[in-house]
Design a protein around this ligand. Structure first.
Ligand SMILES: [Zn+2]
Length: 267
């Protein structure tokens, strides 16, 4: 008999102690209460989030330790998302180029955005798989946790995730690809295209180079950027026209005063 085999936890207290020792980063998101439930009907799965509480059902205790951890982190994910607000999260999805309604493309084979988020959240903290396989969803987790601003990171995320160019990489650039430089930043140009900033090596007095990453552009992104710029310009022109009209009106108001002054001189 192997008495050294680790004993599975049998109570929420035992489980929590081990869970937060294994995943200290999740301590900050600990549920307010964890309750072992007897289940009964069998309608419930292994665990369920209920407000800031997590309920553990009999099936939970039969799971392997790794699965228990994932299920538990998944339930925390449900709570974090409900605190943030699903509709707000859907707005964030748009800025991250995630279509939360496209159920064929949800991560981890999930069938709805709520479950997809909960799995992404668990994976973010437990195995990091979401960062490699579904980078936009890893970004979504970061935004929901308040760790990241969506728009400025999205381009970088995709490219870093492509696992090809990363900040700090030494690259060759220029027409003949004979200049050396270091990638220091990913961003977007005024048309919404991903760009990269490269610091020449040796730096000397040379300024950094900013260049586009693609030879082809997304039509919708460019058209949206142009429409926004046109709207901005129209707004400025309208404001300038109003300003001019007001200045003109001021001047016309002033003129009779000058006449009055003239009268005074004469008088
Ligand atoms: Zn769930």
């Amino acid at each position: 008999m192997n008495t050294a085999a680790p004993r599975k936890p049998t109570t929420p207290e035992e489980f929590l102690k081990g869970f937060f020792r294994r995943h200290p980063a999740l301590k900050a998101h600990a549920p307010s209460k964890v309750v072992a439930k007897s289940g009964g009907s069998g309608a419930h799965g292994e665990a369920r989030q209920h407000g800031s509480e997590i309920h553990l059902f009999p099936k939970f205790w039969e799971l392997s330790p790794d699965t228990q951890d994932f299920v538990f982190a998944h339930e925390i994910g449900h709570f974090i998302l409900s605190e943030f607000g699903l509709s707000k999260a859907i707005d964030v999805c748009k800025s991250l180029d995630i279509d939360p309604w496209d159920s064929d493309k949800l991560p981890f084979g999930q069938f709805n955005q709520d479950e997809a988020f909960a799995d992404s959240f668990a994976s973010y903290f437990l195995d990091g798989d979401v960062k490699r396989r579904y980078p936009p969803w890893a970004s979504l987790v970061e935004v929901v946790l308040g760790k990241s601003k969506p728009a400025q990171r999205v381009a970088a995320r995709f490219l870093v995730a492509a696992d090809y160019f990363q900040i700090g990489n030494i690259v060759l650039y220029g027409r003949w690809k004979n200049h050396r430089g270091k990638i220091i930043r990913f961003d977007q140009d005024k048309y919404g295209n991903p760009i990269v900033e490269i610091e020449p090596i040796p730096k000397g007095r040379k300024s950094n180079k900013i260049m586009g990453l693609f030879k082809f552009w997304r039509a919708d992104v460019k058209e949206k950027a142009l429409a926004e710029q046109a709207a901005q310009k129209a707004k400025q022109e309208a404001e300038a026209a109003t300003d001019n009209a007001m200045k003109l009106a001021d001047r016309m108001d002033d003129e009779p005063d000058e006449d009055d002054n003239d009268d005074d001189w004469e008088g």
